[in-house]
Write a protein that binds this ligand. Structure first.
Ligand code: ZN
Length: 503
């Protein structure tokens, strides 16, 4: 018995050491990718693509090695005796799932996907600047072809399932369709109702110098991230990345004609906090990050919208905004500003969309991605297809590719199957928020005083610290006692709109 326990302990340490190495190589690649999107001189693009391809190949080879399989076999009995939620059992469970999955992917394909995505990024940046989809189309074709080959590595009901599973483990395309059908049915009448509400949002447009917008990023310190463990930099398309729980990289962007950077910053803070608050005991293991992108997005949308577009938050923060932009806001009442940032109007750009129309942008992308993957839509006419659906779903005319099909970075990065997690994240954010409000009855008063600690701690305790120990559906089950349900989100939006209409 003692001998078996020692053998298992050795196998566990061996597995952990190997996974730590895979983690190090993967995070080195993340750092190069972060750098590509923030600091890298653009002409370094082709070399960077080769570097990312190589690191991706190395991580893959280290992980899919037969030795990892032997270690996992030796740990079968050990795992069965451990509590399900223990760090050890969780690590073995996750490693086995991912090893079995990754073994199906040829190394050459893994390398090609990483390299091709990195090659596409600067071309997408240029195509978007010139608003010319035809420049980007060959990159998209290559990315799509590689994703088709990737999906074919798995036994799935439909190819999209394979792509979705990388971002939302365990979720099926059919489930997403069902949630989106309910969401769309609820949103369309809400958006029509909102069109009748008079709201003057002219205060949000004008001239907002970038340097002064960046002063507002200090809100992130107030929200709370441990000093010395994060930074924020400008980028084309905002994202958050972390190399460790103590190395959180936020990015934001600051168009000068509207007040936009602050909301992007609050959004990315939500992502960064999730990674930052993972239990440090899980560091350098595959458990040390958010469990899925939908749960991740629930965190970013919570800080951006449920906190960042709320009255209590702005009672605290509006004087600071007025101090930074006195010409713009000194003569604007708080209530006018609050209404402006909560105005619902169909628009062109997903990341600037209001809370109600946002999910329609996602539903459009989700449908197109399935058709792209199936080859039922011609990539040459994709911009026209995009524009026609924008007209259909949101009633807006797309003036050019930059504000249409080229607006998002995801297809350049080869991330097909990613978009649905955004709308799912919106839905989950309010499911969690209902629990938070019940658990923290004084939350509004705290936000009004600029105190965020109890919210942060609730999130740490209930969601963040576990990292990937629980699947997304287990996480939801533990916290809200059920699965994904659009009900709370639709109720929240309905209540907010009725209140805006009544005022
Ligand atoms: Zn996000």
């Amino acid at each position: 018995m003692r001998h078996t326990a020692r053998v298992s302990a050795n196998a566990y340490e061996g597995l952990k050491a190997r996974l730590g190495e895979v983690w190090d190589v993967t995070k080195a690649a993340y750092l190069l990718s972060w750098d590509q999107q923030t600091m890298m001189p653009p002409r370094a693009g082709p070399v960077r693509a080769a570097q990312l391809g190589t690191l991706s190949k190395l991580a893959h080879e280290l992980f899919v090695d037969d030795e990892v399989g032997r270690l996992l076999d030796r740990l079968d009995g050990f795992e069965a005796e451990l509590p399900y939620e223990s760090d050890e059992a969780s690590l073995i469970r996750l490693a086995r799932r991912e090893w079995e999955k990754e073994r199906r992917v040829p190394t050459e394909l893994r390398e090609a996907m990483a390299r091709t995505a990195a090659e596409a990024y600067p071309i997408w940046v240029e195509a978007r600047q010139r608003s010319d989809f035809s420049l980007f189309r060959p990159c998209l074709e290559r990315n799509v072809e590689l994703r088709r080959r990737y999906a074919a590595c798995f036994d799935v009901e439909e190819p999209y399932d394979a792509l979705l599973d990388d971002f939302e483990p365990g979720m099926k395309t059919a489930e997403v369709r069902a949630v989106f059908a309910e969401l769309k049915q609820g949103l369309v009448p809400l958006i029509a109702e909102a069109a009748a509400i008079e709201i003057d949002d002219s205060c949000l447009r004008g001239h907002f110098p970038r340097e002064r917008q960046r002063e507002l990023d200090a809100i992130v310190e107030r929200f709370g991230l441990t000093e010395g463990s994060w930074r924020i930099d400008p980028t084309e398309h905002p994202f958050a990345a972390s190399m460790a729980t103590t190395d959180v990289r936020l990015t934001s962007r600051y168009p000068e004609h509207e007040l936009m950077g602050l909301f992007a910053t609050m959004h990315e803070y939500g992502h960064g906090l999730y990674e930052h608050q993972v239990d440090p005991a899980l560091e350098r293991t595959p458990l040390a990050r958010g469990t899925s992108l939908a749960i991740h997005e629930s965190q970013s949308r919570m800080w951006e919208n449920l906190v960042g577009r709320s009255r209590p938050f702005w009672r605290f923060f509006y004087p600071e905004l007025q101090r930074v932009f006195p010409e713009q806001f000194s003569g604007v009442e708080l209530e006018t500003f609050y209404r402006a940032i909560n105005r619902v109007r169909p628009s062109l750009i997903r990341i600037e969309a209001d809370e109600a129309t946002y999910s329609l942008h996602i539903i459009l992308r989700f449908e197109l991605e399935q058709e792209i993957l199936a080859g039922t839509v011609d990539l040459a006419t994709l911009p026209e297809e995009w524009n026609a659906r924008m007209r259909d779903y949101l009633g807006v005319e797309v003036p050019d590719d930059a504000r249409g099909i080229l607006q998002d970075v995801h297809w350049a990065r080869g991330s097909l199957g990613y978009f649905p997690t955004y709308a799912l994240g919106n839905v989950i954010s309010v499911q969690l928020w209902e629990r938070i409000r019940a658990a923290l009855p004084d939350l509004d008063a705290e936000l009004e005083r600029g105190e965020f600690a109890s919210l942060r701690e609730w999130l740490r305790e209930n969601v963040h610290r576990h990292g990937r120990k629980f699947t997304p559906s287990e996480t939801l089950q533990r916290v809200v006692g059920g699965g994904i349900d659009p009900g709370p989100y639709l109720r929240y939006l309905g209540d907010k709109l009725r209140e805006l209409a009544a005022a």
